[in-house]
Design a protein around this ligand. Structure first.
Ligand SMILES: Nc1ncnc2c1ncn2[C@@H]1O[C@H](COP(=O)(O)OP(=O)(O)OP(=O)(O)O)[C@@H](O)[C@H]1O
Ligand SMILES: [Mg+2]
Length: 351
């Protein structure tokens, strides 16, 4: 698959990686903005002394510590483990989807309630890589999947402590955590434990110049480019969709109108359901009701604006975020629709 642009982001990320590990980097952005693709491309471009562990929690219904361990580790029998470790330490295998571990050790971790032994194993392994002049990079994709797991306390806090240890304290591993979940990033951003120990990197949709360049190279006319930008903005997934529409000889405007209509219906449903069902969201541990009038008030602000300032999480804002209609960027203090198509669909709901 072809990878478009992102030269600036790749430069930024590769520059971060060149420095000694010091901060945890949170990669955030609207849905389908290309966060995972960007990080995988970064891995592709890593110099050979780097060893990447890309741990993807998407698709796993992780509700227990054990399930998290199943994703974090990959188990091997004695002989296979030796071979694996040899390949990693000799620098011949530098992309992995989990941390290798001996099967019997992993079973031990399962039995005991404590997570620190498992973390110690990871730390020793990373230290060993450093001893061999290799530079480990751990990337967790969809980290929010584990946000609700409790052991004594929330597992996520144990993980954050561990990340702080690997970066700021020991400087032995670069740690990236990717998430599309605005409420999770908001929680992290305000988390005292992470103050001064983390940084935030926004991966947004493509800008207009990038969209123009991609589409021009694909033979789009100026008019077609304007149509794509009007309906889809710079959302990578839709840009690819538009290229495919053109390849199939479809009329882009007609197809975009169909997609817009569908999105409008979906958003209307999310609003109208409030007439029949009392919807509640959880704010600071409390279940709070969503008020339809306040929600309409909030949404109507997008009739004239594309972006509004973020002040506080109201139940209505949270409801719209949880339904993937709005995106909250706590770092830049703004709220905006998840995509240009969402913005147009919201506006159509008020026509
Ligand atoms: N720079 C790019 N070049 C080509 N295709 C891209 C690029 N960025 C993203 N895409 C495509 O757009 C789609 C969405 O990208 P991706 O899954 O990386 O987004 P994401 O931000 O991680 O999404 P989510 O919010 O669901 O985690 C994918 O099909 C991907 O192949
Ligand atoms: Mg992703």
């Amino acid at each position: 698959m072809e990878f478009y642009n992102r030269e600036k982001e790749l430069r930024d990320l590769l520059n971060m990686i060149k420095q000694e590990p010091n901060l945890i980097t949170f990669i955030y952005g609207p849905i389908n903005s290309g966060k995972s693709s960007l990080m995988l491309e970064m891995i592709n471009r890593l110099p050979k002394e780097y060893v990447a562990f890309y741990i993807d929690l998407r698709g796993y219904a992780v509700t227990k510590r054990e399930e998290f361990f199943k994703v974090l580790f990959e188990t091997y029998d004695d002989e296979a483990f030796k071979k694996k470790i040899y390949n990693i330490l000799s620098g011949t295998e530098n992309f992995h989807k989990a941390i290798p571990i001996l099967k019997h050790l992993w079973k031990e971790f399962f039995k005991i309630e404590e997570v620190s032994d498992a973390f110690k194993h990871v730390e020793n392994f990373l230290q060993e890589l450093n001893n061999r002049d290799l530079k480990p990079v751990i990337i967790f994709d969809e980290l929010q999947v584990i946000k609700d797991i409790k052991i004594d306390n929330f597992l996520i806090y144990r993980i954050f402590n561990f990340f702080v240890r690997l970066t700021k304290l020991l400087h032995i591993c670069h740690v990236f955590a990717i998430t599309s979940d605005s409420t999770f990033i908001e929680r992290i951003y305000n988390e005292a434990m992470l103050q001064g120990r983390s940084r935030y990197y926004l991966v947004d949709d493509f800008d207009k110049e990038t969209v123009k360049e991609i589409l021009r190279n694909k033979g789009f006319s100026n008019e077609e480019i304007d149509t794509v930008w009007y309906y889809f903005g710079g959302k990578p997934i839709y840009i690819i969709e538009a290229i495919q529409m053109k390849n199939m000889g479809k009329n882009i405007k007609e197809e975009a109108e169909k997609m817009l209509k569908l999105r409008e219906i979906q958003i209307r449903n999310r609003i109208e359901v409030l007439d029949y069902v009392e919807k509640k969201v959880n704010i600071e541990g409390k279940e709070v009701s969503v008020d339809k009038n306040r929600l309409l008030n909030l949404l109507s602000r997008f009739c004239h604006e594309m972006i509004i300032p973020y002040e506080k999480i109201s139940p209505e804002l949270l409801y719209l975020i949880e339904n993937n209609i709005l995106f909250l960027d706590p770092v830049n203090g703004i709220v905006k629709p998840q995509s240009k198509l969402d913005l147009l669909a919201i506006r159509n709901c008020f026509k």
